[in-house]
Design a protein. Structure first.
Length: 68
C-alpha cells in the first residue's frame, strides 16, 4: 500500500502521479506553469513526455521535476 495515502497499491506511476498527496504537491508546483499534465485516463508517462510536450517544455518540465 502507498505509504503516503494508504489507499492504493504503491507503484512508480501511482506515487508520482495518482496518489492524492502527490497530486496535491504537483498541483501546487504547476498551477502557474503552462506545462500540460498527463491525463488521468491512463496516458503513459513516456507518451506524454515524447508526444505531448515540445522540446522546450521537456527541458522546463525536467527542471521542475528535479527541483520538486
Amino acid at each position: 500500500m502507498c505509504a503516503l495515502c494508504d489507499q492504493e497499491h504503491e507503484s512508480t506511476a501511482y506515487l508520482c502521479l495518482h496518489c492524492c498527496y502527490a497530486r496535491e504537491v504537483w498541483f501546487m508546483v504547476w498551477t502557474t506553469s503552462s506545462i500540460p499534465l498527463p491525463d488521468d485516463q491512463g496516458e503513459a508517462v513516456e507518451d506524454w513526455w515524447l508526444v505531448v510536450l515540445s522540446h522546450n517544455q521537456r527541458r522546463s518540465t525536467e527542471a521542475i521535476i528535479r527541483y520538486t
